[in-house]
Design a binder for this molecule. Structure first.
Ligand code: IMP
Ligand code: MG
Length: 176
């Protein structure tokens, strides 16, 4: 049986916020070419809705990390299971995440990508759970944040529980 899921952030609220973020990004990168890098899998819906609203020259690429073995607990050991397919050097990179939680994924992305010498690097996350950040990663803040949320597990709009619920058009909390 599927779990009951309560709407926390509606589709309408999400799309409104994405339009605001897109406007900010369009202004910040005006006249530049931008490479938008989606962190799989959770970022795929957010990326799709965001890039449609960018009026810049946009390139795309994807990177896949694995940090959660299954369920809701991070394993702590973040591996790159699928690397970028295109060169990074000299590119303006905007990395798209579904959520920044402990910050370990973000940290792994930074240590992987910064040595590749992009022209610039910024992280755009739909959700941020600042209260969950690892002590030594407290300094890691995304450049563009959709919504800050409390310490609770959410699903939908790309985010999963055991690979399920990614297709929900809203962000929801699971009820028992
Ligand atoms: P971090 O490495 O702990 O910052 O976690 C990043 C990844 O954990 C995210 O990209 C998500 O895939 C996953 N994650 C963290 N919190 C949640 C949540 O509340 N729901 C679903 N996935 C989550
Ligand atoms: Mg993820």
């Amino acid at each position: 049986m599927s779990a009951k899921i309560e709407v926390m952030i509606s589709e309408e609220q999400i799309l409104k916020r994405i339009s605001e973020l897109a406007e900010q990004i369009n202004n910040d990168y005006r006249g530049k070419e931008l490479k938008v890098v989606c962190v799989l899998t959770g970022g795929f819906i957010f990326m799709a809705d965001l890039v449609k609203r960018l009026n810049l020259d946009v390139k795309t690429d994807f990177i896949d990390l694995s940090s959660y073995s299954s369920g809701t607990e991070s394993s702590g050991n973040v591996k790159i299971v699928r690397d970028l397919k295109t060169p990074v050097k000299g590119e303006h990179l905007l990395v798209i995440e579904d959520i920044v939680d402990t910050g370990r994924s973000y940290n792994r992305i930074l240590t992987h990508i910064l040595p590749l010498e992009p022209a610039s690097f910024a992280l755009c996350t739909l959700l941020d759970k600042p209260s969950r950040r690892d002590e030594e990663l407290k300094h890691l803040n995304a450049d563009y944040i959709g919504f800050e949320i409390e310490n609770e597990f959410v699903v939908g709009y790309g985010l999963d529980f055991d690979q399920k619920y990614r297709n929900l058009p809203f962000i929801g909390r699971m009820l028992n």
